[in-house]
Design a protein around this ligand. Sequence first.
Ligand code: PMP
Length: 404
Amino acid sequence: MIDVLKIRKDFPILQREVNGKPLVYLDNAATSQTPQQVIDVIVDYYSRYNANIHRGVHTLSQEATDAYEQSRQKIQHHFNAGHPYEIIFTSGTTHAINLVANGFASILKKGDEIMVSALEHHSNIVPWQMLCERTGAILKVIPMDLNGELIMSEYHKLLSNKTKLVFCNHVSNALGTVNPIVEIINAAHEIGAAVLIDGAQAAPHIKADVQALDVDFYVVSGHKLCGPTGVGVLYGKEEWLRKLPPYQGGGEMIAEVSFEKTTYADLPHKFEAGTPNICGGIALGAALDYMNNIGLETIAAYEHELLEYATEQLLAIEDLKIYGQAKEKTAVISFNIEGIHPYDIGAILDKLGVAVRTGHHCAQPIMDFYKIPGTVRASFSFYNTKEEVDILVASVKRAKNMLQ
Ligand code: PMP
């Protein structure tokens, strides 16, 4: 059971007001809020041991290096990766996907096929389109249905011995659909294709065990996990990380440099050029500790209660339509009210202190599928309450009365 009132005390931002009203923060799918425990780790880093890592003999540098590498191990254990060096720190999901896409430029050949799902965020579409332009590979799309679920029979038909790589999100940011990644991974492996799963939206609610999944790449962003922005993780299977060339060149990622020839550092440093987001990496470990102390299963069960409650209340509003009613979904509700632009609803909700996201949610193909310009998206976290759902519902009714 979650003691939500106790948990809320950990999040200083939840005490603030917006436009004279208590903040009701329902934009958790865009970014989650940061608990004091993580803020303290950030302050402690800059107050006590801010230094560059991996190079210094001095105490501060060693302390920072130890904290950074311990965080890598925490992340390894969280995702049950086989080795710490299979965890690459990135600036976020987008960076991680681009790193892998860049690597595949040296592997794919003209006519090879790579496959994306219809439910993707732009960051899991555009890097692959760029890869196709570079290599002559062909992009195939697993279609979706009106419930916001992937049509798996079509997926199986699209797979062939030409398919080299499949990438799909674990959870859709626009609709909250939880995708059948076990089936996706197993079927791709049967024909010898690699799989990248974008776990940006799943990681705050579902613990992915990368070894049990046997996934080739799994990527997440720290800022959706109660951590800071500017840090994320690429998990890659050792064999793939050894096969892929480095993404960026620079300091940290080399073994030896001369003007004739440069050799690269071993994993994970091969993919970590330049001074990384040291504080961010350390804080991400602290954020995972915070979430694991509550427990992801407990978090997901509570959020599901909020989802069911909010769905029922919102559907009772006349002319309100929810997009994406997948059998399995996280606590995301994407909706519109007939005849009203989502932006106008979002602007009124903001005046009432309610933070939601409006627009295409970086998933324009999904909006095109439903033939809409965008939606209002309320996304819930474990620190939200039923009272906040009531405020959302009352505010949406008020916006509707003002706008319709
Ligand atoms: N994929 C999904 C499913 C997302 O929700 C997001 C963030 N909205 C991203 C990728 C991109 O993450 P970031 O901006 O942190 O790189």
